[in-house]
Design a protein around this ligand. Structure first.
Ligand SMILES: [Mn+2]
Length: 323
């Protein structure tokens, strides 16, 4: 007992947030992620984590019953900016759960920056750029912050975006252990180190090829009313990137299904710039899915036998039908 554990999201924001937290904690701290693609912990994982006295959950909205199980044995603290109900009896540092606007917390790194009074350093900025990419330009306050950082360090905005792609290449190729080592490693890296990392650049080449194949395949998307539904079967975890690219290319609401990442379940990802998806999360949870997200994006994991039903419901939701 007494040892510390950080459970963090596998993307750039999650890694950089864990890294900032690591810097602010004393003593030995282990960093782990759930099985990539799982927005929950398995019973096996929970069993393994029962030995820790202090657990931090960073940039990932795990199900409430997971958190309560952990809290029976450990002091649990959450740092997050995803939508979640406030959770009692744990240290829940998530301004969004308490009513703050999503625009004011574009990354979990920003939540940690505020909490620990950190500078607007590379890790904080990478979290913001990782979660928002070029869309951060629509957020006046934070685009100013990012631009100021770029000016101060003579950095190109596009290089920041590239750096987040390189970091994210690890989880997209399913390299769980590499991701878990990153919070410790990235602390000592500057932007140049990230941009010139050989292995990550190789990762990115592989991924770009796969993503390009899907995004540029005009025959893949099926139009259902105003919604584009794309159905793929691939072993990579690139569903959020693919959804984002298609949405930005087409300016439409997009639903992407990947039937190839998990053996036993399917991934669904939804992105809308017109409709608040908050209620969709609860609706698909009621259908028995695992789901989480923000106002504009929702990630869903469903059993294979329910996939088609869930897609139908999502399309209905996006078309304005409520149940
Ligand atoms: Mn985030």
């Amino acid at each position: 007992m007494g040892e510390k554990l950080i459970i963090h999201h596998w993307d750039t924001d999650g890694i950089c947030s864990a890294s900032i937290l690591l810097k602010n904690l004393n003593g030995e701290t282990k960093t782990v992620i759930p099985k990539i693609g799982n927005y929950f912990l398995t019973d096996e994982e929970i069993d393994r984590y029962l030995e820790y006295g202090e657990i931090y959950i960073v940039d990932i909205a795990l199900p409430e019953d997971n958190i309560k199980q952990l809290a029976e044995h450990a002091r649990v603290t959450i740092f997050d900016h995803h939508m979640q109900e406030p959770i009692e009896n744990i240290n829940h540092i998530n301004p969004i759960a308490y009513g703050a606007a999503q625009e004011d917390f574009p990354s979990a790194t920003w939540v940690l920056k505020e909490y620990f009074n950190e500078d607007e350093g590379l890790l904080v900025i990478l979290g913001i750029v990782g979660d928002n990419e070029h869309k951060i330009k629509d957020n006046r306050r934070f685009y100013d912050i990012v631009q100021r950082f770029c000016r101060n360090y003579s950095i190109d905005f596009d290089d920041l975006v590239k750096a987040t792609y390189l970091i994210d290449s690890n989880y997209k190729l399913g390299k769980k252990e590499d991701v878990e080592r990153l919070p410790l490693i990235i602390r000592d890296m500057n932007l140049e180190d990230i941009l010139t990392n050989r292995e990550w650049n190789k990762n990115l080449e592989i991924l770009e090829k796969e993503i390009g194949k899907i995004v540029n395949d005009k025959n893949l998307g099926e139009k259902r009313g105003n919604v584009i539904v794309v159905d793929v079967d691939i072993p990579y975890n690139i569903i959020s990137t693919v959804t984002r690219r298609i949405a930005w290319n087409t300016n439409r609401d997009v639903v992407v299904v990947n039937r190839g990442f998990f053996e036993d379940r399917d991934q669904i990802y939804v992105r809308s710039s017109r409709i608040n998806l908050t209620n969709l999360i609860d609706e698909v949870k009621r259908l028995g899915c695992n789901a989480g997200g923000k106002k504009s994006v929702v990630g869903i994991i469903t059993s294979k036998k329910k996939t088609d039903e869930v897609i139908d419901r999502i399309v209905e939701f996006l078309e304005g039908k409520r149940w």
